[in-house]
Design a protein around this ligand. Structure first.
Ligand SMILES: CC(=O)N[C@H]1[C@@H](OP(=O)(O)OP(=O)(O)OC[C@H]2O[C@@H](n3ccc(=O)[nH]c3=O)[C@H](O)[C@@H]2O)O[C@H](CO)[C@@H](O)[C@@H]1O
Ligand SMILES: C=C(OP(=O)(O)O)C(=O)O
Length: 447
């Protein structure tokens, strides 16, 4: 397994460019299924493992895709299958987002059950409730969910019990081709929902209100390919904001959209970090000590759960006690144990973590327990004493493009070591050991 090796102690400085948003591009790629004619040309598509997986999934449905230089071209006219296999859905939960588009376009879909994952059980009841309200029949069995409808889906009024990002997206995609008008109430308001709505409207859909709690979708008969640029990744941007703050650095985060990061910016400022919002990015600087603050994760525009672990890393470097409360996922504190291996002092009490700042973090071997936890451990490593080795990098690869290279560009002492290089180095060391003449040192008394 590859690992990241980071040596702490360097203040980061310079310019880093944020890539396209993972959580925007995944539903956008799924939505491409809806284009019965024409070509979708999507710009700023990040080269991430999750993107590769959803592209493989579309290919398995008979769709033609090409990817070059962050531009993804999709021709969905050639769709031949409505079944998303367990092998592909298992690798990534967002695969379930193909259900709405397949059902709306073909009148049926068979998608493997996504199952639970590390950060929580993550049910899909709200997605299914929406499809049923639009007239679909849902059957669950043998590890699959089958949805079907006679004729077209029918527009409906759908109230979500939880402002779920995925359910809002899946229902919005399905409703784009339904007969009549759909209204989603208590819809999620994340910027990625707005990006998806813009993409769908570019394909000919009629969606209004995305970005508010009430989205109105007038169904159309056909959608066709369009050209679209994906929004910058606010979570990647937030991660670099924390990187600058935790190291006492001065970093310009190019491409970051200030409006998407208001809750993160507010918390950093409360902690004593200077955040300068500019037109084409955000400059983050920190000179003095960091103040402890309490943080509670909430749906957008609240503090994002996807920034919780990175924020916890920053709080560990502050003076005082902070309380971090996770309200979105029921099991998103796995990084706490890993932080504690680095000498952190954190106690979990129900949905809150009590974080005692100020203890000097010490480098050691740790493992990424999910995507953001992996990034957070690297951030902690940037200020830890000695060397931190972060393993289980497949999590980080899901959502960060060239993470180590971007941090190294800011002056971090960081490298990624491949499994092959490690094996080679170990074999070399073993060989050298065997070639060495055996030296035995006797104690004077023994002689
Ligand atoms: C690919 C993608 O965009 N992933 C993001 C998306 O995930 P995702 O779309 O899965 O997150 P949701 O907004 O759906 O989940 C929020 C909460 O609602 C619950 N829930 C959700 C659906 C449902 O039918 N029933 C139900 O109970 C979930 O278990 C969770 O506790 O939003 C999350 C919350 O901002 C982010 O952390 C993820 O990075
Ligand atoms: C939890 C995340 O993603 P996903 O919903 O794809 O697991 C994330 O991006 O932090």
């Amino acid at each position: 397994m590859d690992k990241i090796i980071v040596r702490g102690g360097k203040a980061l400085a310079g310019n880093v460019k944020v890539s396209g948003a993972k959580n925007a591009v995944l539903p956008i790629i799924a939505a491409s299924i809806l284009a019965e004619e024409g070509t979708n040309v999507i710009h700023d598509v990040p080269a991430l493992e999750d993107v590769r997986i959803i592209c493989d999934l579309l290919k398995s449905l008979g769709i033609t895709l090409t990817y070059d230089n962050e531009v993804l071209t999709i021709q969905a006219a050639s769709l031949t299958s409505v079944e998303a296999s367990y092998e592909l859905v298992r690798k990534m939960r967002a695969s379930f987002l193909v259900m709405g588009p397949l059902l709306a376009r073909e009148g049926r879909a068979r998608v493997a059950l996504p199952g639970g994952c590390a950060i929580g059980t993550r049910p899909i009841d709200q997605h299914l409730k929406g499809f049923e309200a639009m007239g679909a029949e849902i059957k669950i069995g043998q590890g699959f969910i089958e949805a079907s409808v006679e004729g077209r889906l029918q527009g409906a009024k759908i109230y979500l019990d939880i402002a779920s990002v995925g359910a809002t997206e899946n229902i919005m995609m399905a409703a784009a081709l339904a007969e009549g008008t759909t209204v989603i109430e208590n819809a999620a308001e994340e910027p990625e929902i707005v990006d998806l709505a813009n993409f769908l409207n570019g394909m000919g859909a009629k969606i209004r209100g995305a970005g508010t709690g009430s989205i109105r979708i007038e169904g159309v008969e056909k959608l066709r390919g369009c050209t679209h640029c994906v929004i910058p990744d606010r979570i990647e941007a937030g991660t670099f904001m924390v990187a600058a703050a935790i190291t006492g650095g001065d970093v310009f985060i190019e491409n970051a959209i200030c409006d998407h990061l208001k809750s993160v910016t507010a918390k950093l400022r409360e902690m004593g970090v200077e955040v300068d919002e500019q037109e084409n990015g955000i400059r983050v600087r920190r000179k003095g000590t960091l103040r402890a603050v309490d943080v509670k994760t909430l749906p957008y525009p609240g503090f994002p759960t996807d920034m919780q672990s990175q924020m916890m890393a920053l709080l560990l470097a502050s003076e005082g006690t902070s309380i971090v409360t996770e309200t979105v996922f029921e099991n998103r504190f796995m990084h706490v144990e890993e932080f504690c291996r680095m000498n952190a002092n954190i106690k979990i009490e129900g949905r809150s973590a009590i974080v005692e700042g100020g203890a000097k973090l010490t480098g050691c071997k740790v493992a990424a327990t999910d995507l953001r936890a992996g990034a957070a451990l690297v951030l902690a490593g940037l200020v830890a004493e000695g060397v931190t080795e972060v393993g289980s990098l497949h999590h980080i690869d899901r959502g960060y493009v060239r993470f180590t290279e971007k941090l190294r560009g800011l002056g971090a002492q960081i490298e990624r070591v491949s499994a092959a290089a490690q094996a080679e180095a170990e074999a070399g060391a073993e060989e050298a050991k065997q070639a060495e003449p055996l030296k035995v040192q006797f104690s004077p008394n023994f002689a």
